[in-house]
Design a protein around this ligand. Sequence first.
Ligand code: PBG
Length: 319
Amino acid sequence: MRKDDFSRRLMAENMLSPAHLIQPYFVIEGQAQRVPVPSMPGVERLSIDQLIKDARRVSQAGVPMVVLFPVTDDSEKTHDCRSAWAPGGLAQRAISELKSAIPELGVMTDVALDPYSPHGHDGLMNDAGYIMNDETVEVLVKQALSHAAAGADVVGPSDMMDGRVSAIRSALEADGHQHTKIMSYAAKYASHYYGPFRDAVGAAAALGKSDKTSYQIDPRNSDEAMHEVAADLAEGADMVMVKPGLPYLDVVRRVKSTFAVPTFAYHVSGEYAMLKAACANGWLEEKPVTIETMTSFVRAGCDGILTYCAGDVADWLNE
Ligand code: PBG
């Protein structure tokens, strides 16, 4: 069966398509701005006009959705994180301009406070340095509502507070946003693979030596991830995500086999950086190794993959 191309194609079990891919973008203020991220070769922070240009290209290549990460100025970072829900904020403007330019493209947002807090954590901090769950949830609700009001199709709580999905779901319903979907970062690990992302959004310096182990999952655990997914689904999540991706495909498989719900994984910045670095050195061949990597997510049970390679992979699949 493996000898000929026709029989290999006949028995192929998993097909990767552009419809499986979600493209993340880093958004900055200004006009005609494209600022490279050194630890993520090929990725640039984009002003909204450039974002629209790039998003139009990936949308035409068949990518169904993009996810936005605003890069905020230090002057906007406060302990109450009030910029997170400002109607005229960078994220909110990016959402509405993107939706009016490309209505058919799904727009997802990141619901978490790290771009708005002086310490780079995803929530509000008490005097002892602990990230406070319930106080944070109140702010996340305001942030999610501001995204929905700006036209976001999907809100993605990436903060890992308990109870935030049900709080966001009921606030969305009460505010007339019953069609806004929730993709919860349900199983998000306290990972060292987020380093380049934190460089890109400028959170690395703020975070310093501190880590997110008091609210993100311990990499040694996978039962705990199952409890998190069960809780988020019970609270009203429409889709769940496992993050990071490749080092956690065992978790993806458990989630998909157990819950049989729309399941996603985030091929995060560090995974992207490893791939790009090896390819830049000529140690790996970029196109086939990237397609193989994305196929492994589908084989593990993913309905979709958030990846900085989305546009490139879609183009390769369309060739
Ligand atoms: C924070 C957030 C992070 C990522 C997405 N949202 C970083 C973190 O938790 O510190 C990481 C994505 C990546 O590494 O590509 N809300």
